[in-house]
Every structure is written in structure tokens, then in C-alpha cells.
Design a protein around this ligand. Structure first.
Ligand code: FES
Ligand SMILES: [Fe+2]
Length: 361
């Protein structure tokens, strides 16, 4: 008797520009994707711009306090409205080309020298809207106007994240890195721990379950740290207090979530790391990592984020090296497709999800 092995995606999925173009349309523009934190926009008029593949989006705090998002495109002749990464609009969003200006809610407000001011169709020339919703301080965008609500896409995550004070956390460290691998190779790698014994000695020392090369089946409890360890740092200890909602646990857990398509969310006992994957080309991915901590903890004179940052960067580098090796191999003319073992079933789940989106009309 032979074991049935599930095939991986074929090599062309990791290399063709047409595949990536279609992924933007079918997956990235139709999904809620993480764009930032609400704390970045505390005041009326505060904005940041956000790049998603070929698109640029402007996220603004309006006069009513609500967040709104627009394509970063002027309705006159299409100039990119805003070049800066972040800032504050003083009252209006003004295009530098011919000085059309828009209110913070996207309405076209003023056009210099309109041909016939009374009949000018201002109302039909508002900025193109992008959907924006927040969850626990995280700002998500969806370029397509129609689709499910953010909470529907997040599924069971809000319930599982309930013990964590996510809304009150603040970003304490940030890192960007570009790796030479298709974004899906990084997601697939995240979904299995078959590679953990060989690739992550420090992680398997911290989380004994991972020595077996398996991850817990989805829906069950995350694995526990070894005795004497309570968080994801090199020695498993920390000066930071454990989040109040977790303190009565007999043993702390290594809790990592995936929000498809591209958010890896690590919910650790004293810090959170949000790591998102952005395709730059079919063979390159930009990884943005943000470490979040409690404001009180960050205000302490002995606050130091480096143990959290170093540990996540160590795990990341270990993963990214093997992901780059996969990228090099899957484009070989010899490689039709790979195969997945039963302990890689969550990779197979993601592949099924991916194909359903990719092939949807
Ligand atoms: S393109 Fe913006 S005002 Fe002309
Ligand atoms: Fe890994």
C-alpha cells in the first residue's frame, strides 16, 4: 500500500507575472489586508499612504473622527494625489498638479477656474473609495467595494485573541526585509512545523511539541512553552509583565495565527508581533514586522524590546533562508510539483483556499 501524497502548486505559480497579476485582482484586492494601526492617525486630517502592488491608498481621519480610505488618485487627470508616506492635511486634500481640492471625506470641494461653476458636476467627482474597517486597533483595507465584513474574514480569531489587550497595545519596534521568494512559499512555510526540528533549534528548545515536527490541529489549543519558559525570547523569559488576561494560566502558550492572505499574527504572553507579506514581484516579497507592547510597559525606564525583536528576527531569518532555497528549486525545469505529507495538511488547506480564490470568477 502506498500513501497518497498531495501535490503542491506547480512551478509556474511561483514565477509567472500573470499569476501575480491575477493574485492581486482575485486575492489581495478582494480581501481585507492589514494597513497599519489606528494610533498612526490620532488627529483629524492625519493620513498615511499604503502601497498594495500597483495601487496606492490614502487613509485619512475625517472631521467626524471616522477613518476613510481612497485610491490615491485625483479625479481630474489621474495624478497620484499624495506622495508622502504620512502627514496631516490642513483642511483639504489638494492635488499639486492643477490644485483640485477634496474634503477629508473625499468630496470634491474646489476646482480652480471651472468652466461653468453652477453646472460643474462636482458631486460625481469624489475620490474613489476603498473599504476600511478596524479590529482591536488594527486598520484593514479592502480595495474591492463589495465583499464580506472584516469580522467574517477574521473568523474565530477575535474569540481566540480575547485574552490579549490588543486594542491598547502600541507599536514599539518595526522592521522591513525583502526576501527572494514568492509570497506563497512564505505562507506555506508558516503552516507547517515539519521543518522545525532541522531549521529552528531555538524554537524547538522553547516549544517541545515542535520537536515532533507537527503543529497542533487547527481549532485546538496552541502548544505550551517548556518548563521554565513563559514567552518567545531566546531564553524563554522576559522583564515585561505577562498580559493580565493570561496570568492565571499554569503554563503559557506559543500562539501564532494566520489571517489569509498575508498576515502572520503572533500572540505571545507579553508582546504581539504582526508580520505581513507583500508581493513585490513573482519572486520577491517584502516583509513588514511590527512588535506591539503595552504602553505602561513601554513607559518603564528599563523597557527593552530587543529580546522580542531578536527572537522573531532569528526565526524569520531561519525561515527566509529555506524559503529562498525553495524559490530557487521550484522554478527548475525538472520540477513539475512537490508533494505534501500528512503533517503538512494545513499547507494543503491553504493551497485549496488559494486555488478557490485564484480560479473564482
Ligand atoms: S490631475 Fe489633479 S488637479 Fe489635475
Ligand atoms: Fe519556520
Amino acid at each position: 500500500m502506498t500513501t497518497d501524497l498531495i501535490p503542491t502548486l506547480t512551478g509556474n505559480y511561483y514565477r509567472d507575472p500573470e499569476v501575480l497579476e491575477r493574485e492581486f485582482e482575485r486575492i489581495f484586492f478582494r480581501s481585507w489586508v492589514l494597513a497599519g494601526r489606528e494610533e498612526q492617525l490620532p488627529e483629524v486630517g492625519d493620513y498615511f499612504t499604503f502601497e498594495l502592488g500597483p495601487e496606492s491608498v490614502l487613509v485619512v481621519r475625517g472631521r467626524d473622527g471616522a477613518l476613510r480610505a481612497f485610491y490615491n488618485v485625483c479625479r481630474h487627470r489621474g495624478a497620484r494625489l499624495c506622495a508622502a508616506r504620512e502627514g496631516r492635511f490642513e483642511g483639504a486634500i489638494r492635488c499639486r498638479y492643477h490644485a483640485w481640492s477634496y474634503a477629508l471625506d473625499g468630496a470634491l470641494r474646489a476646482v480652480p477656474q471651472p468652466p461653468d461653476a453652477d453646472k460643474f458636476p462636482k458631486d460625481s467627482l469624489a475620490l474613489y473609495p476603498v473599504a476600511v474597517e478596524t479590529w482591536e486597533g488594527f486598520v484593514f483595507l479592502r480595495l474591492d467595494p463589495d465583499g464580506e465584513a472584516l469580522l467574517d474574514q477574521l473568523g474565530a480569531l477575535p474569540e481566540r485573541a480575547r485574552p490579549f489587550p490588543l486594542a491598547s497595545l502600541r507599536v514599539g519596534a518595526r522592521a522591513e526585509r525583502t526576501v527572494a521568494a514568492n509570497w506563497k512559499i512564505l505562507v506555506e512555510n508558516y503552516m507547517e512545523c515539519y521543518h522545525c526540528p532541522g531549521v529552528h533549534p531555538e524554537l524547538t528548545d522553547l516549544v517541545p511539541l515542535y520537536r515532533t515536527g507537527t503543529v497542533d490541529a487547527s481549532g485546538s489549543e496552541p502548544p505550551e512553552y517548556r518548563e521554565g519558559a513563559c514567552t518567545s525570547t531566546l531564553d524563554g523569559t522576559t522583564q515585561r509583565p505577562i498580559f493580565a488576561g493570561l496570568r492565571d494560566r499554569p503554563r503559557q502558550q506559543y500562539h501564532a495565527e494566520l489571517v489569509l492572505p498575508n498576515l502572520l499574527l503572533y500572540l505571545f504572553p507579553d508582546y504581539v508581533c504582526a508580520r505581513s507579506l507583500w508581493p513585490v514581484s513573482p519572486t520577491r516579497t517584502r516583509i513588514v514586522s511590527e512588535w506591539l507592547f503595552e504602553p505602561d510597559t513601554q513607559a518603564r525606564s528599563d523597557f527593552d524590546a530587543s529580546d522580542a525583536v531578536d527572537f522573531m528576527n532569528l526565526l524569520g531569518e531561519q525561515d527566509w533562508q529555506v524559503c529562498e532555497a525553495v524559490q530557487q528549486g521550484v522554478v527548475s525545469r525538472a520540477h513539475r510539483h512537490g508533494v505534501m505529507l500528512p503533517q503538512e495538511s494545513e499547507v494543503a488547506d491553504v493551497t485549496r483556499w488559494y486555488l478557490a480564490q485564484f480560479e473564482a470568477e
